[in-house]
Design a protein around this ligand. Structure first.
Ligand code: ZN
Length: 896
């Protein structure tokens, strides 16, 4: 999901503005870095990136369970000086799909959570049959349970409970045409199981009781589950594999005050005399065990509906905490439109009974596509003002698309996870393209692609369909998501929209309610296009790496042609020599010509005719290739392509290609009016290239932008422009307007910061109304302002806020990040106070704050290390403090 790293950038913005710029920059081209900048930042960025990778992974639909030891080793403090280490891929044994001995036809669960012990009383009635071979026994997954009784409804059956499996002896031999039933009464004990397994199962204990005994007055007690990859068998006995499918009934008994949620339809609610109630949820369509879920809490239900093309209405409800009831529609309200859009695009109507979404606390994953009952972490709790800056629609789209790719057709093994995640990832593009336009979709796709490059270059680099992973959790990385989505985008560009979506329709209808492997996807496209697509699927899905191309241009006026020399530079011993169909746009006196070519050798020559003067050549003009391209084209090509092409990236390349000439200066002025906000924002930053006269022209435009641009990042950059230009009077008058009218937190934060910089003497006057705000998000915004102030006098305020402990979830993490950044700017004698705060977080902090405490401590260590003290006493102090911080950091490393 796009939202992951996008969200991250916001979270870490104050922690490290540089990394933010870094991502912005690599989004365009790697070549715009100055080497010095890269060397300086490389070590830290890479480490932070690895950390960020973790957060980004938790936005995946699966839990971040076990840390990949190879990756985490890169972040240990002992290795501070070493930046050259590359992950050596280990080849683990081939991971086959689970052998299906028995079909699980139906699962009926009767459960009752026990809050005070965080356990679950349950009865599972499983309907099964031999898959093919007749058998007199069956294996059922059941992790860490106490089994009360086990039988077939008539008699107890003998069983052995070993290695998290129940090996049950049936009363006789059954053939594949005979169903049989198993009844298991059990107690699920996730806490005890977790204690026993420790690190081995990471964070995921399948069933989570949050604040069950109301020890924390700020957190609404709640229960939720997380089944991917194979953890639902901690709370009900099942055959826990993605190539198993079962229909489902769930009866859950809770105190009457609670709301419940599960898959399927809510059929009935029965109140009992003892103040409890039993809710009956039923799903008639089969799905994989990892998609089963339930949740309990005093959630409010905000109702919405989606109307299918046949006129049938289904419920689309949003389950939120009471204080978020009024924002639920602003957060989730586009869901019905999304369901309609995807149903139409795929030619396959949304297949399930309903589509509910719930937001839970301390969620270990970002969001999870449980069939018809999707779970989100609390980062989606955004008020209307926050939604002006960023929304989570791409994550909503991601989870929704899984209801076709993942829930309807499921990857048959975790090695085939891209059959789920690549599509969900690509759904983000599809929704962005439809809702926000191609420029924005392309922009987000570039970010996503660069994340994959980072992982392939610095982390793991493996086949997309990866049969030799270590644990299934290793599959949830930038390959399965980002690379996979990007490969689908390329396929769509190659075969065309109509063939692409028809191919998907084929794949869905041929494999619905079943599981699939990669070949089935290839065959579905081959059916439609009539082309043997092995070459495409082999190089992208079954081999690793990506093409690294250099492109050189030679304009032969004599021959009236342009010659492109394209070299493949990647190491073909570890990757492969790619076959790359490519479209090249040539612009000359006769206009635009789109030519097709193929790159399939180490060195390739593409020769195209030119009429009159050659104006520009845009290699891969739709920018659809998943390739790192080193484009060696003349400056005037860049300038011309800005005006001649429509693609966002070609325009963006043009403005990033800095030049000292009148054409480039005009380009900057024109780019200030570009339809896409990133180009406008970049144009503001490039105004340093303007001469005085042009800068004067630009100033009027930018003034207008500061007040009226629809994008808050552009308004923010426009304000900074006036600061950089030292146009203090202009800036003051702009701020006067904005401080009263601005709604976006991002812009308001910038405006407040600048106002204080301009007149420090009025700081309190500006800050006090913010401090007394009842809106927690305003207070959070204010901490962002103070974090940049470099003023010791705000330390007490920070400490007070931290002690009040009123920020929950991701908000608490943001406060911690702002605090860390703030501390890094203070004199060493003040920084010393950070360690007590960190210790407090370590003991009492919430889930996310604890999870990212190591990164915060590490950031401060890095910052202190680079602080050159002159005073002898301070040097001593610094060394002593560093030692303490490092010791503390080490204790954090070994903790989860
Ligand atoms: Zn997903």
């Amino acid at each position: 999901m796009i939202g992951h790293l996008e969200r991250l950038k916001l979270l870490f913005y104050n922690l490290n503005e540089v990394i933010f710029q870094y991502y912005e920059n690599i989004n365009g081209f790697i070549s715009i870095f100055t080497p010095k900048f890269l060397i300086l930042m490389k070590q830290f960025l890479f480490r932070l990136f690895v950390s960020l990778l973790y957060i980004s992974i938790i936005y995946a639909c699966s839990a971040l369970k076990k840390e990949n030891k190879d990756v985490i080793s890169l972040t240990t403090p002992e290795e501070h000086g070493d930046t050259t280490e590359i992950y050596e891929e280990e080849i683990f044994p081939y991971k086959a799909s689970k052998k299906i001995l028995t079909d699980l036809i139906h699962t009926k669960l009767e459960i009752e959570p026990i809050w005070n012990t965080a356990e679950l009383n349950g009865k599972a009635t499983l309907t099964l049959k031999p898959h093919f071979y007749a058998t007199d026994s069956v294996f059922i997954d059941a992790k860490g349970m106490e089994i009360i009784s086990l039988g077939n409804g008539k008699m107890n059956l003998p069983f052995e409970y070993k290695n998290e499996k129940l090996n049950i002896k049936l009363d006789r031999t059954y053939s594949r045409n005979e169903k049989f039933t198993i009844e298991i009464r059990y107690i699920a004990r996730p806490e005890i199981y977790k204690k026993e397994k420790g690190e081995e199962i990471g964070n995921n204990k399948g069933l989570f009781f949050i604040n069950p005994n109301k020890e924390d007055s700020t957190v609404m007690p709640q229960i939720w589950t997380q089944g991917e990859t194979e953890t639902n068998s901690i709370w009900f006995p099942t055959i826990d594999a993605p190539n198993i499918k079962s229909t489902q009934e769930l009866f859950i008994t809770v105190e009457d005050k609670y709301t419940t949620l599960s898959n399927g339809k809510l059929i009935q609610q029965t109140k009992h005399k003892n103040g409890t109630r039993t809710d009956y949820w039923k799903q008639d369509l089969p799905h994989a065990p990892y998609l089963f879920m339930f949740a309990v809490g005093e959630f409010r239900v905000v109702k919405d509906t989606y109307t299918k093309q046949n006129g049938q209405k289904i419920d689309v409800n949003y389950y939120v905490e009471p204080e978020w009831e009024t924002s639920a529609k602003a957060i989730f309200g586009e869901t019905p439109a999304m369901i309609g859009y995807f149903s139409k695009l795929l030619g396959v109507e949304f297949p399930w009974d309903k589509y509910h979404q719930i937001v839970v606390r301390d969620y270990i994953s970002g969001a999870m596509e449980n069939t018809g009952a999707v779970v989100f972490g609390d980062f989606v709790y955004k008020n209307e003002k926050e939604l002006l800056d960023a929304n989570d629609q791409s994550i909503i789209a991601h989870e929704l698309f899984h209801h076709w790719f993942g829930d309807l057709v499921t990857c048959e093994s975790w090695a085939n996870l891209p059959l789920n995640e690549s599509f969900a990832n690509y759904a983000e593009y599809l929704w962005n393209e439809h809702r926000y336009g191609k420029d924005y979709a392309d922009y987000e796709l570039d970010i996503s692609t660069n994340e994959y490059f980072q992982e392939a270059d610095n982390g793991t680099n493996h086949n997309l369909i990866w049969y030799n992973y270590n644990t299934p959790e290793n599959m949830f990385d930038r390959h399965s998501y980002n690379k996979g989505g990007r490969v689908l985008h390329m396929l769509r560009n190659y075969i065309g929209d109509e063939a692409f979506f028809l191919g998907l329709k084929n794949y869905l209808s041929q494999n619905q309610f079943k599981s699939a492997e990669i070949d089935q996807l290839r065959l579905a496209f081959e059916d439609v296009t009539g082309e043997d697509l092995h070459w495409f699927f082999d190089q992208w899905f079954l081999k690793k790496g990506y093409p690294q191309l250099s492109v050189e241009y030679y304009n032969s006026i004599k021959n009236k042609e342009v010659v492109l020399t394209v070299n493949q530079l990647q190491d073909i011993t570890t990757s492969t020599l790619f076959k790359l169909p490519v479209e090249v746009a040539v612009y000359d006196d006769a206009g635009e010509h789109i030519y097709k070519g193929v790159i399939d050798d180490l060195e390739n020559k593409l020769i195209f005719p030119v009429v009159g003067n050659l104006k520009a050549v845009v290699f891969d003009h739709k920018k659809s290739l998943l390739a790192a391209v080193d484009d060696k084209k003349p400056d005037e090509f860049y300038t011309n392509q800005f005006y001649l092409t429509k693609s966002f990236r070609a325009r963006y390349e043009a403005i990033l290609n800095e030049q000292e000439n009148p054409a480039y200066r005009q380009l900057i002025l024109d780019a200030l009016k570009d339809p896409f906000w990133l180009i406008r924002q970049t144009a503001i930053e490039k105004t340093t290239f303007l001469d005085e006269l042009n800068r004067f022209k630009a100033m009027d435009i930018i003034k207008e932008m500061a007040l009226k641009d629809e994008n808050s990042s552009v308004r923010t950059s426009a304000l900074q422009f006036f600061m950089d230009q030292n146009e203090r009077d202009e800036l003051k008058s702009l701020l006067k307007v904005l401080l009263n009218n601005e709604k976006s937190y991002t812009t308001l934060q910038k405006a407040t910061s600048l106002a204080i910089q301009l007149s420090p003497e009025t700081a309190e006057e500006i800050l006090n109304p913010l401090k007394s705000s009842n809106d927690k998000k305003t207070i959070l915004m204010l901490t962002g302002v103070l974090a940049l102030s470099e003023e010791t006098r705000y330390l007490d305020y920070f400490l007070e806020l931290i002690n009040q402990n009123k920020f929950k979830g991701y908000d608490a993490l943001e406060l911690l990040n702002n605090f860390t950044y703030y501390m890094s700017t203070l004199p060493i004698e003040d920084q010393i106070k950070a360690i007590d705060v960190y210790k407090k977080y370590n003991e009492e902090g919430n889930y996310y704050a604890k999870m990212y405490l190591p990164q915060n401590v590490f950031y401060l260590i890095q910052s202190i290390e680079s602080n050159e003290q002159k005073d002898e006493l301070l040097i001593k102090l610094k060394d002593e403090y560093l030692k303490q911080l490092n010791d503390f950091y080490k204790t954090l490393e070994i903790k989860e």
